[in-house]
Structures are given as structure tokens and as C-alpha cells.
Design a binder for this molecule. Sequence first.
Ligand SMILES: [Zn+2]
Length: 257
Amino acid sequence: MKPIIDSHAHIDFPVFDDDRAALFENMHAVGIDKVLIPGVCPLQWQKQIAVARQYNCLYSLGIHPWYCETATVKNIEDLRDLLIRYKDDSQLVAVGECGLDKLHKSNFITQMNLFRVQVSLAKEFDLPLIIHVVKAHEEILKCLKSEKPSRKGVIHGFYGGPQLALQYVNLGYKLGIGGLLLNDNAPKLQQTVAELPVDSFVLETDSPAMAPKNGQNSYNTPLLLPDILNKMAHLQKKSSVLISEQMFSNVTQLFDL
Ligand SMILES: [Zn+2]
């Protein structure tokens, strides 16, 4: 088996503060090599970078749509300054997570403006995007088609069917596949994973979000990754070893690791 990389885990969040070291030991024991820690809000950027340094992880910098209404012009300048400062840092691998979320109460126009700013930063710094999109696929696809960011990126926490999936894949984007795949009430997503080429996907957990219903903890951890990988292998009718090789190749290629 190739090492497993979690392409989306908020391992910097306070819920992990007490047992982060033990969690990384347990992850390494089951072949999970590292995680990508996505940016969510300016207050968290320094902690993200510190956790990434301590545990040899990857990180991205950005502002999540849930935080768009508190984001100021100064925050955007700070984001750009940090990207300039860390542009040669091999652990900084993307811009985001950024995007649009119609189920969140924050103003959609504000979300849209902040997403556009981050797409242009991804272009300026030649980095891929980590995109959060809920019920706003039309708007995101339209923006990606017109802006054409060269390094593309990942649609994280993808939940849609094959038709929607193909629209992203045909533009060169990967789909982040997480714990929802284990839920048999998500037949559209299972169909997507069964039908699309295996180079369309990267693995993620979105920890601490998406806690498994029957899990020991009230929060999710990257330790769920082998289950997601095995489910993907089952749906793709391929061996877990082969899927692990392909997932490693997809994530290293996307983030230029
Ligand atoms: Zn996230």
C-alpha cells in the first residue's frame, strides 16, 4: 500500500489540541502519512502553519465562505502578504478553502466577491484551489470557466452524481471524496465513485466534521481514511492496493508534492 494523505483535515482545530500527538502516532501506524490543513479564517492561519511545521503536514491559506462577512480588506491584504512570504515554502500547496455555500446565512454576493479574490490569488501565485461548494455549482462552474485558473484544484466534500461530477472533471478538477461515501443513503455519490475514472478523486475526511454515526468520538479523524479507500475500491471493483497507488498519485500530482 502507498502512504495515505488526507487532502482535507482541520487538524489545527482546538478539538485536537489534547491528543494531536497521539492521533498522529495512530495515523502513522495505519499508513496515513500526512494531512493537508486547509485555511478557514485569518485568526487561524498562524496556528495552521505551526501545526503543519510540527507534524510535517501540508497547508493552504484562504478564507472559508462561512467567514466571509467578517473578512476585511485588511484580511485580504494579509492573505496576499502571507502568500508572498511563504511562496517558496514546500508545505504551502494551495489557496483555500474558498467557495460558495447557499445553505449558510452569510450574504451570497459577499461570498462571491471573496471567492473571486481567492481565484485571482491562486492564479497570481500559481497554486491550485481548494473549493467548498454547497448548492452553488452553477455559479462556481461559471466562474472557473471564465477565470481559467491554470493549476485547477479540488472540489472538496463532493456529494453529487456523475453528471455534475463530470462537469468538474472535464474542466480538470479533482473531487474530494470523504466519509459520506460510507453512507448508503448517498447513492448519487456512490454512483459517481463507481462510474468515473479513478484519476478523478482524492481522499479526504474534513475532520473534525463529518463524524461517523457509529464512531467512538463525537468528531471525525483521519483514521477514517482506510474505510473510505476500501469503499472506493469496492465501488470501482479494484484492489485496495491499486486504489491506494492511484490516490497517492492523484494527490501528489494535484498539489505538486
Ligand atoms: Zn473544510
